[in-house]
Design a protein around this ligand. Structure first.
Ligand SMILES: [Mn+2]
Length: 312
């Protein structure tokens, strides 16, 4: 499959890469890392990153302005995106061919070609594997910035190599990537540094965590709380993994009030939570999934469902 993907990349003069809405470092890392690799190894190709910019990820790069006729005859690649509803950029189907590269369960089998490995730590690790194939068969080279982007994606999706999805291959990929010439300390600062308001919210979260005897925890962050600390719902994304450090926690639900909905983020150290997320119109990985609730009543139903899951 990797060889076929490289053939496709070589065949098209214009390549447009999409990723999911509400991007995270793996979405940006796989999208921009692949773009950077193609540009570094092929002259004369037009390669664009589609989607809306997320200012909190500006340190990784920014999407491109696309010319109106960009999709004519183009190869469109969508990275890190399980289903079409989550693709950022509505024109993804307007190209000549559509390729899906992803590590979520392949529930929505969109695209003319799919390379989907649900067990992979991150889509960025898959792009690294693609690079290895390109290096072996076509002499591809890795740039420092591509290495930085792919490393950021791997670090982001493995919770800094803590989640079980980080395999020996993941560490080997990371070991190679960090030999490239980028500033790892500066990257970690951008990814994980917390300012005082965020640390205060972190403290609030630990103080108000509702942990039951079966290891289910529920965290509720209301609009009022965020206003107290001067934070936005997007700011809270950095804290979603933090409850995993509390002893006895097996799975947790992070409820964050957003305009018009309650964002539900499920995380787990064992109980499979993506089926739970699906019940609330979302989805994701076995141990990290998300959904949204229309109101607090529905969000409370999700909390009950998580407690029930952990009781089994
Ligand atoms: Mn991912």
């Amino acid at each position: 499959m990797k060889r076929q993907i490289i053939d496709m990349i070589e065949h098209y003069d214009t390549i447009i890469i999409h990723r999911h809405v509400r991007p995270d470092p793996d979405a940006y890392g796989s999208q921009l890392g692949l773009k950077e690799l193609i540009l570094a190894n092929y002259t004369g190709k037009a390669v664009f990153a589609a989607g809306t910019a997320d200012p909190s990820l500006d340190y990784l790069g920014r999407p491109d302005e696309l010319p109106d006729d960009a999709y004519e005859g183009a190869l469109v690649i969508v990275t890190d995106t399980a289903n079409t509803e989550r693709i950022d950029g509505g024109r993804y189907a307007e190209g000549a061919a559509l390729l899906k590269i992803d590590h979520h369960p392949d529930d929505d089998r969109y695209g003319d070609r799919r390379w989907v490995i649900p067990g992979m730590s991150s889509t960025s690790e898959m792009i690294y594997d693609l690079f290895r194939e390109g290096a072996d068969s076509r002499g591809w080279t890795m740039t420092a910035n591509a290495a930085r982007l792919l490393f950021a994606g791997i670090v982001g999706d493995t919770g800094r190599f803590v989640y079980p999805s980080a395999t020996p291959q993941t560490f080997r990929a990371a070991a190679d990537l960090i030999t490239r010439d980028f500033d790892r300390t500066a990257l970690y600062d951008e990814m994980f540094e917390m300012d005082a308001p965020l640390l205060k919210l972190n403290g609030y979260i630990y103080q108000n965590l509702e942990l039951d005897e079966n290891g289910a925890a529920v965290i509720t962050v209301t609009k009022e709380i965020m206003e107290t600390f001067g934070l936005t719902p997007e700011d809270t994304a950095k804290l979603v993994g933090a409850p995993g450090m509390v002893k006895g926690i097996r799975a947790w639900l992070f409820k964050v009030e957003e305009p018009g909905q309650i964002r539900l983020r499920f995380r787990s150290k064992g109980p499979v939570v993506n089926e739970l997320a699906k019940q609330f119109g979302g989805g994701g990985h076995a141990l990290a999934a998300g959904a949204s609730a229309k109101n607090w009543t529905e969000a409370e139903r999700a909390a009950r469902a998580l407690r029930e899951l952990c009781r089994r």
